[in-house]
Design a protein around this ligand. Sequence first.
Ligand SMILES: [Zn+2]
Length: 515
Amino acid sequence: MRFFNTLTRQIDDFKPIDQNEVKIYTCGPTVYDFAHIGNFTAYVYWDLLVRTLQLNGYRVKRVMNLTDVGHLTSDSDEGQDKMEKSAKKQQKTVWQIAEFFTDDFLRHFRGLNCTEPVAIAKATDYIFEDLQMIKTLTEKGYAYTTTDGIYYDTSKFPRYADFGHLDLKGLEAGARVDFNAQKRHLSDFALWKFIAKHEDHAMQWPLPDDIKDLLDFTAINQKDLATDETGAILGYPGWHIECSCIIHSLLGETIDIHTGGIDHIPVHHTNEIAQSEAAFGKILANYWLHNNFITIDGAKISKSKGNILTFYDLEQKGYNYMDYRMWVLQGHFSSERNFSWENLAAAHQLLTKWRNFAALRWQVKSPNLIEGPVRLGQAARSAEHEMMVGDFTNPILEGVNNNLTSAQTIAKIDELMPKIYQNPNNPRSDEAACNGGLSASKALDFWQFIDDLLGLNLLNSTPNLQDEAYNLIKDREAARTSKNWQLSDQLRDQITETYGVVLRDTDDGTIWEYK
Ligand SMILES: [Zn+2]
């Protein structure tokens, strides 16, 4: 396998640290608002990554976080905590906000059939670990205090600018004059934020004495800071520390793959690297995969433009999660993409076509033979002409192994799909056994492979019709044979209305298809 690795800015061959288990960390959402469809492209791409690794024989240990504290409205440690702001607006507690939007996020995450990570870690469950790491960084000389918190001194980490290819001097020169004057450098970032006395911040934890004793508070007016009944200064973690700590706690010092949005490269991921690598002296991640974003009808998604779409909007127009998943997979994680209803309709059409290919596995040869559902391929076939499932699946996997190019892979699958049955219009035909397709059980293996790779639920979403439906199809065929067109049309309409499928008449008999 090979991926475009932000760390090296090139496509690198994948070599896991441990051949048996690949460790992945994904930066998850900040759970303060409804997630829009654009937020979910990333989770589909990283799900494809997990599925591809698994099909290559790796066990995957993947952790994702949920940010429920400390993500400020500006990435540069200014502004309000997004969670607190949302809670005030909605007159709820921050904990209620976190629970509500976590549930909403996970509903869509699971609706999109994304593989469940081994752990979904909430930032607020790692406060102890955050403080431990802040202590380590303080002991190693990376931390200093300002009136509003404990900051990381980025000048102490010589490689700070490397990951994001940052021009720190240029940043400093172009800086706004009103940035926190106590920060030593513009790129320094908060490890821990203090809460001012007048400030209303519901999520708060005391700063332990053993950390406070290591820091210099002489220039800070502690009277202005909120404290608990024991006099301990109250605060909350900076946004970046949670990811470093969750990775360290659940996956170890160095992981294989770290994923996130491209907007995280210059600040959030740069800071994660600075924290973790300074604290533990090890490379944080060997491969960094970053997803690009989508636009909607050519415009960046934003509240002010009013072009935010959620899955509820898609549902109202008759689309489901799998239609959207197919649309996402027709793109590539590192390219910007434009969403339009026309493109979604095309993805839906392609998915319907594939589901109809999958549904052929149940289909019947001719009306005279209908005795309820019969599995195709019961007769022995000529082995020398029969293809192996790997003849189909290997080139597909090879394609996606090359930098997760699912769009090209989908095109390849679409090309192969009509060839998988020995006779697509007549899957039970024994005479047509030797035209290079797959037998019934192997065709089933093929579908299972496609579902394992792309997660489109082709098998689950295409159950067999009930026996009564087949009896109606048989009756209609009989009516057609006796040229009773009126009855034939009537039965056709009845089948469509009752079972939601349309009938297609082929040379070898009638097959049913989803609309
Ligand atoms: Zn993160």
